[in-house]
Design a protein around this ligand. Structure first.
Ligand code: MN
Length: 491
């Protein structure tokens, strides 16, 4: 692993540099209601239509913890193989902003609900572990809208008070590729658990990315934090730009100042937002309106027993149950719907053939039609029946592709399509032999050639297949041709 990761080093004028990345991910908790109020946590809606008196911070209103959000945080902690802290504390993080009516965010500072955990990330050539430092619960803020008209700014409090899980990783990531793979894996885990929808476009998953550079083996360099990057591609771009910028600064004799930076998607660059000296002093203190949060062993155990099968476990099971490669299994389990679809297709059939069809023609068709697997125009039953037809030699692989295209365009079950259109493979040797004889008789030059160049047998196979509309059984054609042209079987 260490060797493979060396390829991640970035060349500088003074030699190779190592980039060190850690991430703080804000994941919006999937729940009906907000963290401390009963208002809807749904995305969108008319501005200020999901706002309770608590979310608007009316005087005298008291927060009441939503136990479903606590459960979601614990489920997530379990999915991250993390320590669940039986006692955690909500603090006030004080700052002023128009979309924060309380004047503070309720968050967890010293005592988070989830402690250290681990996420195993798989790339094509190697796997690596990212340590999880902690996961804590906190409220989201509202949204300020500045672009509506030039003279006014507006505040929408629909998001105010929605529960977030802040998931903090250790600086265990070594490249933009690794960072993208980490956030992808984290999102897969959250979606499997059903604790966050992982929708980055709607802001339910946003990442703060910490980047520093160093010479290999040297102590950690000064880091810069890139705030609120909201797509996987942008995370990669931001890291690449920022690492190069830091290397250039250091190699030009400068030093890196610890600061918060913003990523500009249009230019692909990061720019300074505020330096460490300008950083807020949040004056954290325990929220006097909330008791420390205590959960019993039994509460955690109950959640553990109903945890779904997680991506790593599913992948391992696919490798052993269906004899798939690590890569194929990884692709098929990358979301739960694909994994379920695959299992429905593969059950009782050739699992490798099922995997090839799904990852080939089937995914390509989804891509082409721009459809999600949950709205797939081809059902698991259709694809399964097609695979049955191939396995039982009713159709060749080539004809199967044709049947697949017909299903995609017009629907219907593969068996019926084959029947209606007369696409059944011809295995009757007598019928094939007739065609073979005709083609041999019509092509004396090629017959002579194949004696010295046995590879040209393929040309005859092609001719027979064409003459039979692709329906001749390729094995039978091959055997007959070899026998009649006296081309021995390849060893
Ligand atoms: Mn936060």
């Amino acid at each position: 692993m260490a060797d493979t990761r060396k390829e991640n080093l970035i060349d500088g004028a003074t030699g190779p540099w190592e980039v060190i990345v850690g991430m703080e991910v804000h994941a919006q908790v999937l729940s009906n209601a907000k963290l401390f109020s009963g208002a809807s946590a749904a995305f969108g809606g008319e501005p200020n239509s999901h706002v309770s008196l608590v979310d608007a911070a009316m005087p005298g209103m008291l927060p009441v913890i939503n136990v479903e959000c606590v459960k979601q945080a614990i489920r997530t902690g379990l999915g991250l193989k993390a320590q669940i802290n039986r006692r955690s504390v909500f603090d006030r993080k004080n700052y002023f902003y128009p979309d924060l009516p309380q004047g503070y965010q309720i968050s967890q500072f010293k005592f988070p609900i989830v402690g250290e955990g681990i996420v195993t990330v798989d790339l094509k050539d190697y796997s690596f572990d990212v340590g999880i430092e902690r996961l804590h619960l906190e409220q989201d803020a509202g949204k300020s809208l500045h672009d509506q008209d030039p003279d006014h700014s507006y505040v929408d409090l629909n998001r105010s008070g929605v529960a977030l899980m802040e998931i903090v990783s250790k600086p265990d990531i070594r490249s933009s590729e690794e960072a993208k793979a980490y956030i992808t894996k984290l999102r897969t885990i959250l979606r499997y658990l059903g604790t966050c929808d992982g929708n980055m476009e709607e802001g339910s998953l946003r990442a703060d990315v910490n980047v520093s550079v160093r010479k290999q083996g040297a102590p950690l360099g000064t880091r810069c934090e890139i705030k609120n990057v909201n797509s996987i591609r942008f995370i990669g771009q931001a890291i690449e730009y920022e690492a190069r910028r830091q290397i250039d600064v250091i190699e030009d004799g400068g030093t890196i100042k610890q600061e918060t930076r913003l990523f500009d998607a249009k230019s692909g660059k990061t720019r300074s937002m505020r330096s460490k000296e300008e950083a807020h002093d949040y004056r954290y203190f325990p929220d006097p309106d909330l008791l420390p949060l205590e959960v019993s062993e039994a509460f955690v155990e109950d959640l553990k027993t109903v945890l779904p099968e997680l991506p790593d476990e599913k992948r391992a099971r696919f490798m052993s149950d269906y004899a798939l490669s690590a890569y194929d299994a990884g692709v098929l389990i990358s979301d739960r719907a694909s994994a379920d679809f695959y299992e429905a297709v593969a059950r009782g059939r050739d699992p490798k053939l099922a995997a090839n069809w799904m990852m080939g023609d089937f995914f390509a068709a989804l891509n082409k039609t721009g459809k999600d697997i949950t709205e797939s125009p081809i059902s698991a039953a259709q694809l399964g029946e097609l695979i049955d037809l191939i396995s039982s030699d009713v159709v060749s692989g080539r004809i199967a592709k044709e049947v697949f295209e017909i299903m995609l365009e017009k629907g219907g079950m593969p068996g019926e399509i084959v029947e209606e259109r007369g696409l059944k493979q011809v295995t009757d040797t007598g019928a094939i032999e007739k065609v073979v004889d005709e083609i041999i008789a019509a092509n004396p030059k090629q017959v002579e050639q194949v004696q010295t160049k046995p590879k040209t047998l393929g040309w005859f196979v092609g001719q027979v297949m064409r003459a039979t509309g692709g329906k001749a059984n390729p094995d039978a054609v091959n055997a007959l041709l070899r026998q009649k042209l006296q081309v021995p079987e390849e060893v």
